[in-house]
Write a protein that binds this ligand. Structure first.
Ligand code: BDP
Length: 694
């Protein structure tokens, strides 16, 4: 097995389990008047055939136990049953036991076809994870309207920060050839409730908005449509100049406004259910409204007006930092966007990264969450592991997503978690969205590594319901992807759940951040300095000196803490109360500062770096014991990648200790091995062909 099947791995269940499930699925009442229902039925039959070797008889009325599936419109039997569809949100579904025609049946029902498809996937998941089917009573719907993937895919098929091969979108052969993989991609996403995809990189190419490329995008949209997935594109702000022949892209210029209106109309001719535009503007050299003295709101609103007549939306990214380099990059998005709250059109969302710097192994939640009550904010997580060891390091991000989603913004009051800001319950947002930067490419296993699939999976499940437990999600995924055997499930879930803390330990313990190799972000580079921008170096972020280490973001420093609600600011700003995981994020701390363990800061750093490496070794040991439960191909790949991770964790530890010791000038605590090589050796390592960097 190469992992291609993902978690939709419908391999035969054990005989006892089949014997339990087979009678419940002997007949099927499921008319399929729409492509989505056809897809749902195909999936159901494929799943039952694989899991149970069962092909239910398609009937109009049951004469034995079976399944009744559909909407009140598609299936007259569902119209007659009261299964509680009233008030269910769009794409929600129910799964219930009922007595129909004197038979016990399972009803999978929804108000819309996509809900039915989701219900089918849920039902199959119950079988795949070997759940009891007695008295099913499932009601599911999502408060997050847009659960979206952001592909950072270029038209030449390279993927920015992609570590799993090339882009799935074969632009050259589109629209004529539709790779069957597009359908499998759609199935996988639909199975976890993902309903939107941005096909193109945020560092956008205006060519994607020309007619030939719109035709190609339309062909993809057509494949995805039955699976409830809407297509979005990134919009390059200077497109009117680059492909429109205009002299300016100034959003106040009537000619520019008209150009975008015409362009939107053209896009909707190709893709009638087009979702809208995602825009990165005035960030890292991308063009934007500020080039013309206009604000982010001016730019977003112009595009919003263009897509409005067609029901489209604009997702404007808050990942901005300007050319003038102020004292602390962490403050810039907040400073630029909070004053614009209330100035955006009602079809604009602002998409905010989970933290204020940039997808670090761990960051405190972004202070914008909760701070823009009049502007729907979308979450941007990164699924691809740009700063976390690329695809080879086993890091389960579900645990980190959960940590962020459950963080309390205290805006406007205690209990206003990031999840509640996102789902609109705090500020009554009209639009809600969670986006993830995809880790998907042409590798047979889709994500570059078997365990990377878990991050795609966890992202989708948490976007559907941000209150789910990441541990439960990990367990589902392990059961579906590998095995239901408790002797396998338990240790693997435990390994996944400690993997995030491990990477934080060996890369960025105690709130360190942005200390990776320059540009590619692969491997340790705490010594990185100089170059075009101070805030693209490591020394800017860790600020190690003879006295101590860490970025002072308190009142006596950059005062970035003041961007949080007062109770949060008070906690983060207080050396005694700041959660230790963010210690050096917010404070410059003396080397001999006593940490909670009783160790001084320097010793604690060494301890954590070492603990990170030790955890990876434990993970390797765990995996070694599990060979009997996994096919050889997937077993070997995971084992080999864990070895890479171990070596690189040690590289991180040793290089970081060797470097920071030049400031702390302290010995390693007793019993801790010195770095294997000299600091010069680590500094000399270079990776000109590290993947994924533009
Ligand atoms: C950074 C990446 C860069 C992206 C940028 C973004 O290094 O490749 O273009 O974020 O999100 O993390 O726009």
């Amino acid at each position: 097995e190469d992992g291609y099947e993902l978690w939709l791995r419908y391999h035969p269940l054990p005989a006892e389990q089949r014997a339990l499930y087979a009678p419940a699925t002997s007949q099927l009442v499921m008319p399929t008047p729409s492509p989505t229902l056809v897809a749902a039925k195909d999936e159901l039959l494929r799943g039952l055939n694989g899991l149970l070797s069962q092909r239910p008889a398609s009937v109009e009325r049951v004469s034995a136990s079976g399944l009744i599936v559909g909407t009140p419109q598609s299936n007259p039997q569902i119209a007659r049953l009261d299964v509680g569809l009233k008030g269910l949100a769009a794409q929600g579904y129910v799964i219930r036991h009922r007595r129909v025609d004197d038979q016990t049946v399972v009803v999978i029902a929804a108000n819309d076809d996509v809900g039915v498809l989701y219900g089918v996937f849920h039902f199959l998941r119950l079988l795949q994870t070997q759940q009891p089917l007695g008295n099913l009573n499932v009601t599911e719907s999502s408060r997050i309207q847009l659960r979206m993937l952001n592909h950072w895919d270029n038209l030449d098929r390279t993927v920015e920060r992609g570590y799993s091969g090339f882009s799935l979108w074969d632009w050259h052969k589109l629209p004529d050839y539709l790779d069957p993989r597009y359908t499998d991609y759609a199935r996988a996403n639909a199975s976890i409730g993902i309903n939107a995809t941005v096909l193109t990189n945020v560092n956008a190419n205006a060519t994607s908005l020309t007619a030939p490329y719109l035709e190609k995008a339309a062909a993809l949209a057509k494949v995805f449509r039955p699976y409830g997935i809407r297509v979005f594109l990134t919009a390059r702000f200077s497109a009117p100049v680059e492909i429109g022949g205009l002299k300016t892209a100034d959003p106040a210029d009537p000619g520019v406004q008209q150009w975008w209106k015409d362009k939107a109309a053209e896009v909707y001719k190709y893709i009638p259910d087009f979702g809208g535009f995602l825009v990165k503007a005035n960030s890292e050299g991308q063009p934007g409204p500020q080039d013309y003295g206009r604000t982010h709101a001016d730019g977003a609103n112009m595009l919003a007006d263009a897509v409005k007549p067609f029901g489209g939306i604009v997702i404007w990214r808050a990942f901005v930092y300007s050319h003038e380099q102020p004292d602390d990059r962490a403050k810039q998005a907040y400073d630029e966007f909070v004053p614009l709250d209330g100035k955006f059109r009602d079809n604009v969302l602002v998409q905010v990264k989970n933290g204020a710097i940039d997808f670090q192994p761990r960051e405190p939640f972004h202070p914008l969450f909760g701070a823009m009550p009049k502007t729907p904010l979308a979450m941007e997580f990164q699924i691809t592991k740009e700063y976390l060891g690329f695809a080879t390091h086993l890091v389960y991000l579900g645990a980190f997503y959960e940590e962020v989603l459950r963080s309390d913004t205290y805006r406007p009051r205690q209990g206003s978690t990031v999840a509640k800001v996102l789902d609109g319950s705090v500020n009554n947002y009209a639009h809600t969205a969670i986006a993830g930067v995809a880790n998907i490419g042409t590798d047979r296993n889709w994500s570059g590594a078997q365990f990377e699939q878990a991050n795609w999976y966890a992202f989708g499940r948490l976007a559907w319901n941000p209150m789910l437990s990441s541990k439960d999600i990990a367990e589902e995924w392990v059961r579906m992807t590998f095995s239901n055997d408790p002797q396998f499930v338990k240790p693997v879930v435990a390994m996944m759940m400690k993997s995030h803390e491990a990477v934080v330990d060996y890369m960025t313990p105690l709130g360190l951040h942005h200390v990776m190799g320059r540009g590619h972000h692969y491997g340790p580079g705490p010594w990185v300095e100089g170059g075009p921008r101070a805030d693209w170096t490591s020394v800017y972020y860790h600020r190690a000196d003879a006295q101590g280490i860490g970025f002072n973001r308190t009142k006596t420093g950059s005062n970035a803490v003041a961007q949080y609600a007062p109770p949060v600011a008070a906690q983060f700003g207080d050396l005694k109360r700041v959660p230790e995981q963010f210690l050096l994020w917010f404070h410059h701390v003396p080397w001999d500062y006593r940490t909670q363990s009783g160790r001084i800061l320097w010793d604690e750093l060494v301890y954590r770096y070492t603990r990170g490496v030790d955890t990876v070794r434990e993970m390797e040991g765990t995996w070694q014991g599990l060979a009997p439960f996994v096919d050889a191909e997937r077993y070997q790949q995971v084992a080999a990648f864990l070895k890479i991770q171990e070596n690189e964790a040690k590289w991180w530890r040793d290089a970081s200790i060797a470097y920071f010791q030049t400031f702390s000038k302290r010995p390693l605590p007793a019993g801790f091995a010195p770095p294997e090589h000299s600091l010069d050796y680590y500094k000399s390592l270079e990776f000109p062909y590290a993947p994924g960097h533009h």
